[in-house]
Design a protein around this ligand. Structure first.
Ligand code: F6P
Length: 371
């Protein structure tokens, strides 16, 4: 049994932001690694809401995570402790006068709640927003170790985040299915995928799933170029085309398609696929259909790859605490897992480098990016 180098009795785990396949695997690995060191582990319900709004939970806002509680969860999508993207303690939304919503800073109150419950350290599992919050809490003196999660793969300082492989594998399966129906009907099928302001899901799934066109946020598109690609294919006898559109893609000189703006300023993206499908039908005169994968990408059982990274991240986060490391994020730097300062991980989003070999492969194979 590993012994702790530091005097830890109790740690907590929080999962924040959109869920991603692999969260439960992180929880299981962290809980077992901590219990094997003689520590107690608590899961905070729904981000930090379990500590900020404990009265709303019948079972209490903290769940004691025992061996029994984390048994048989590695393969489950979602998170057994819940998550939210509306619980930022630095900008916590509360009811203001006349049905308005105002945001207040509850971070000091949150830190007091950690002390009250005698929680020595926190493992915060989340995307860029959660890592930013974790870093702010760390600056205020909370012992925090971050674990990067997002299907979007847009977090800096880690080569990959868990959830991404599962989302891409499902997208590729969908593309395989769409190919046969598109070919049978000689149609264009436009498929919109998540990914926010980064094109990782669209690019890697589009390439692996033999898309003819991939539109990503990093390359503003021109639909005349896409229509030309469809015509070129027709001339060569391919009467169908598959177009993968990232939700954050935008036309040259245009803006991203936003469904709504959330409290706190975050944009809910969507609608880009619909615009592309409508305009392409007009430009080419070809029957066009749209498929929006949306939240299907966030569900399902994590792939072997995601499970493994998630388990390694969970155990590494506990090792970091045992070594006395603070204010850091666990990161994948193949073949190993390393620690990076939280500050560095939150500086900017990791977008697709246009000279990466994946991009070059796609271009060499004649895939159009609409540019
Ligand atoms: O960051 C993950 C993600 O799935 C994005 O790809 C997407 O834009 C966003 O979350 C949607 O989040 P929600 O519908 O939960 O607000």
């Amino acid at each position: 049994m590993p012994t702790s180098e530091v005097n830890i009795k109790r740690i907590a785990i929080s999962t924040g932001g959109g869920d991603a396949p692999g969260l439960n695997a992180v929880i299981r690995a962290a809980v077992l690694s901590a219990i094997n060191r003689g520590w107690e582990v608590y899961g905070i319900r729904d981000g930090y809401n379990g500590l900020l709004m404990p009265e709303q939970y019948v079972e209490g806002g903290l769940i004691r995570l025992t061996r029994e509680r984390v048994r048989g969860i590695t393969h489950l999508g979602g998170t057994i402790i819940g998550t939210t993207n509306r619980g930022n303690p630095l900008k916590y939304p509360i009811k203001g006068p006349e049905d308005t919503i105002i945001e207040i800073d509850r971070s000091d109150e949150l830190i007091r709640a950690f002390r009250l419950h005698q929680i020595d350290a926190l493992i915060s599992v989340g995307g860029d927003g959660s890592m930013y919050i974790a870093n702010e809490l760390a600056k205020k003196g909370l012992w925090v170790v971050g674990v990067p999660k997002t299907i979007d793969n847009d977090l800096e300082k880690t080569v990959i985040t868990f959830g991404f492989d599962t989302a891409c594998s499902f997208t590729v399966e969908c593309l395989d299915r769409l190919h046969t129906t598109a070919a049978s009907h000689n149609r264009i099928i436009v498929m919109e995928v998540m990914g926010r302001y980064a094109g990782w899901i669209a690019l890697e799934s589009g390439l692996a799933g033999s898309a003819d066109v991939i539109l990503i946020p990093e390359i503003p598109y021109d639909l005349d170029k896409v229509a030309q690609k469809v015509r070129d294919r027709e001339e060569r006898g391919s009467l169908f085309s598959i177009v993968v559109v990232a939700e954050g893609a935008k036309p040259k000189g245009g803006a991203v398609s936003v469904i709504s703006r959330e409290t706190g300023g975050a944009e809910r993206l969507g609608g880009c696929g619909e615009k592309v499908a409508e305009e392409l039908q007009e430009l080419t005169g070809k029957e066009t259909r749209l498929v929006v994968l949306g939240h299907l990408l966030r569900g399902g059982s994590p792939t072997r790859f995601d499970r493994l990274i998630a388990l390694r991240f969970g155990a590494a986060a506990v090792r970091a605490i045992a070594e006395g490391q603070k204010g850091i994020m666990v990161a994948l730097d193949p073949p190993t897992v390393k620690y990076v300062p939280l500050e560095a991980a939150t500086k900017r989003l990791k977008t697709v480098p246009l000279n990466s070999d994946i991009m070059l492969t796609a271009r060499d194979m004649g895939i159009s990016f609409g540019d």
